[in-house]
Design a binder for this molecule. Structure first.
Ligand code: GLN
Length: 277
């Protein structure tokens, strides 16, 4: 058993003890004795303690593989990227298999707890999403960037007023357009489709997270340029893993694994492999 898993078991056991109806030690030992007697599984050496999502030994993960370098479709046709590598490292730490499902970004939150256990998709923690899901600790700080044609004069928020602006549907970039006076939002299922329309002259700008913006600006070098969202007074955002609302055990299990992966250097290695290369 991995040390981290042992810690989860301990902390889950503490939480569990604190939540019991009676909470008395004698009831608990009775419960243990009963399950031992009838041979039912106590799961005492299993990371799934406390979270149903892990009980089948598989973490079903939803993503939207249209957001490089965090997620994209790899050469083998499977989702790849920083987030995918990170969630696989977390799965390894927990001793569960990780299955990744590629779906629309805008469907992720509603699918958590039913179709998928968790989502990792460069997803920003927002108050609105917190009404439906809980989030792990943040693993990355981001900000929205603005992509414009290479010869555009757009340089600040006032320049975006009245413009036609593209974004991926249901993203924080999409939500920002609502606050820009007289702007027309063009929503796309894939960020790259918005970028293509920018390149083709159908949009004045695209609002998209920093790292994908930089990937797309490089891909269409000479045709478009990326401007730091700080020039538009856009606030920093924090990416986290979204989990079923109320599954506190899963949040702490994931946070513990995240902490281990940060301490042992795996996280930094993934940053340099996927984000800084
Ligand atoms: N960070 C943005 C959001 O959470 C965009 C995420 C994405 O397009 N994958 O809305």
């Amino acid at each position: 058993m991995k040390k981290t898993v042992m810690l989860f078991v301990l902390s889950a056991a503490i939480v569990f003890a604190g939540c019991g109806n009676s909470g008395s030690a004698s009831d608990e030992s009775k419960a243990t004795a009963d399950s031992a007697a009838d041979g039912s599984e106590t799961q005492s050496d299993d990371a799934s303690v406390g979270s149903e999502a892990l009980a089948d030994g598989v973490l079903n993960v939803g993503t939207n593989a249209e957001f490089p370098p965090f997620e994209f479709v790899g050469d083998d046709g499977e989702p790849d990227g920083f987030d995918i590598a990170l969630i696989k490292a977390i799965g390894e730490e927990l001793g569960v298999a990780v299955e990744v499902e590629n779906m629309e970004f805008n469907s992720l939150v509603a699918s958590i707890g039913s179709k998928i256990d968790v989502a990792i998709a460069g997803m920003t923690i927002t108050e609105e999403r917190q009404n439906s899901v809980d989030f792990s600790d943040s693993y990355y700080e981001a900000v929205q960037y603005v992509l414009v044609p290479a010869d555009s004069d757009i340089a600040g928020i006032a320049d975006l007023e009245g413009k036609t602006i593209g974004a991926q549907l249901g993203t924080t970039g999409d939500f920002l357009i609502e606050d820009i006076a007289d702007a027309t939002a063009s929503q796309y299922n894939k960020g790259v489709d918005a970028v293509n329309d920018l390149v083709n002259g159908r949009l004045d700008a695209v609002i998209i997270d920093k790292n994908p913006a930089m990937v797309f600006a490089e891909k269409f070098e000479g045709e478009i340029k990326a401007i730091d969202g700080a020039d538009f007074a856009f606030e920093p955002e924090n990416y986290a893993i979204a989990v079923p609302k109320g599954d506190e055990a899963l949040v702490s299990i994931i946070n513990n694994a995240l902490a281990t992966i940060k301490e042992d250097g795996t996280f930094d290695q993934l940053v340099s492999e996927y984000i800084e290369n």
